[in-house]
Design a protein around this ligand. Structure first.
Ligand SMILES: [Zn+2]
Length: 472
């Protein structure tokens, strides 16, 4: 049997050599805490037994009375357990929060990888089985690396990123509360169905980002890449918004989605409008939003992208949409964002349901492409042929007079001596109108001089666009 003093000694040695809870936790900071504590105990022991005389005369007033070695052991034990418990608690909470944030960020940014670990078809749903497969490393590594490259991860970072995604999957599986919170975020009746949709992730991410955006801690999304105008007819300044304006607009979007109430939104032209932006519950693979302007028209947005990308997309769309005269806004009812690129198109307008599809994520979402596609919508609304069955018939007569362009457009092209505003405008008369409309919208951004230049170059077509814009 051990002597009591020996037991105390051993307890001290144990504590100061890494088998305390702090030592087991194994983070550098807790080890440092243990080392500091062990150093302190050594010097105090030293002071007690050697260098300090027991007279107390030279002792500083603030020093505690020198304890006996037995008492010292108990005191140190108390001090250490108080110190390490405190440190372990706050550090654990921090680590926990960091892991949770990382897991959510990874789900949002790399949801496509989790969605289909074996590299098959993606449905926009991350199931518990998907997470399990990922956490066990049971995924198609080559396909995953390819996907990461597509998503902009550098070649050198592929393996560390994949390792981190594996950890994030494990974290979610081990933390049911976080997982279930995500699972029900976007569901109508708080159902835990083991399926995390893009809508679930969006709901959760938008909630967290609102706080960050209010504190100015949320980096604004990337600026759009404009083609650079319709030179030489419409010379544009770079009309893309500054990072400050982007941050302001994205904050407005987050406020709107989280509150469900109208917010005051200021577009790049300085015009302010009350906008409602809602996230619509939707348990299939897409995140769904609706932007409703002051005139009451609603534009629906269905996205295969992550929440942060959607935040950027919604701010850009709101910026461009609020610049469209109210009487023309019902020309487009729905916008879709697809992850996959299209070989031949940046975006496509479908006349059968006034829908625009953007390909390759946010790559082509800028004011010019938006106005070009919106222009197709305006062309169909104003071709004098109405809606319905004729839309379908029209598909067989691409480029035919009257279909998809405002009345009189072909004559106007002729009157303007068949001058074209861009190469693409030569494709057919519908593209000619869409290109002219985008240039017209750009000229309205750039002021009277730009409009005058456009009118001078294409007077007949300019007259038609001016009537449309003014609602005459
Ligand atoms: Zn087009």
């Amino acid at each position: 049997m051990l002597e009591p003093t020996k037991m105390v000694k051993e307890a001290l040695i144990k504590r100061t050599h890494g088998s305390s809870p702090a030592g087991q936790a194994g983070t550098p900071s807790t080890n440092q805490a243990a080392q500091r504590a062990s150093g302190a105990s050594a010097s105090k022991q030293g002071a007690a037994s050697e260098s300090r005389p027991q007279t107390g005369l030279r002792r500083a007033a603030s020093d505690p009375p020198t304890p006996s070695s037995e008492k010292l052991g108990a005191l140190m034990k108390g001090l250490q357990s108080w110190g390490t418990d405190e440190a372990t608690l706050s550090e654990q909470a921090e680590r926990e929060q960091a892991a949770e944030n990382q897991a959510l960020e990874d789900l949002d940014q790399y949801g496509d990888l989790f969605d289909s670990p074996k590299g098959g078809r993606r449905d926009g749903i991350i199931s518990t089985n998907d997470l399990k497969a990922f956490s066990e490393g049971n995924f198609n590594r080559d396909a995953a690396r390819e996907q990461l490259l597509d998503l902009g991860v550098a070649e050198d970072d592929l393996d560390t990123t994949l390792d981190r995604l594996t950890q994030s999957a494990s974290y979610l599986l081990e933390n049911e509360e976080v997982l279930n919170g995500l699972d029900v975020a976007n569901d109508q009746r708080n159902r835990t169905d083991g399926r995390i949709s893009r809508g679930d992730i969006s709901r959760e991410v938008f909630q967290r980002q609102l706080e960050q955006a209010r504190n100015g801690d949320l980096p604004p999304g990337p600026p759009a890449s404009n083609r650079g105008g319709y030179e030489p007819t419409v010379t544009t300044k770079n009309s893309e918004r500054s990072p400050e304006v982007i941050a302001q607009q994205e904050l407005a979007i987050l406020e709107a989605v989280n509150s469900g109430e109208p917010v005051s939104f200021t577009n790049a032209n300085g015009q302010t409008e009350d906008l409602t932006v809602r996230q619509i519950n939707n348990t299939d693979g897409k995140a769904v939003y609706e932007i409703t302007g002051a005139d009451g028209h609603t534009m629906r947005i269905e996205s295969e992208l992550g929440a942060s990308e959607n935040r950027t997309a919604l701010a850009r769309l709101a910026d461009y949409y609020t610049q469209i005269p109210e009487h023309l806004r019902d020309s487009v009812d729905k916008i879709e964002f697809r992850r996959e690129p299209d070989d031949s198109a940046a975006a496509t307008f479908y006349s059968s349901n006034d829908r625009v599809v953007f390909y390759d994520g946010l790559k082509h979402l800028n004011e010019e492409v938006f106005n070009h596609e919106f222009g197709h919508g305006i062309g169909y609304e104003n071709d004098g042929l109405g809606e319905g069955v004729l839309d379908h018939v029209g598909q067989f007569f691409t480029g035919s007079e009257g279909k998809g362009t405002p009345e009189g457009w072909t004559d106007a092209i002729e009157a303007d001596a068949d001058e074209r505003i861009s190469d693409y405008a030569n494709t057919n008369i519908k593209e000619d109108f869409a290109e002219c409309w985008a240039a017209y919208m750009e000229a309205t951004d750039n002021g009277p001089e730009a409009l005058a230049k456009l009118e001078e170059a294409y007077p007949a077509r300019y007259a038609i666009m001016e009537e449309l814009y003014n609602g005459e």
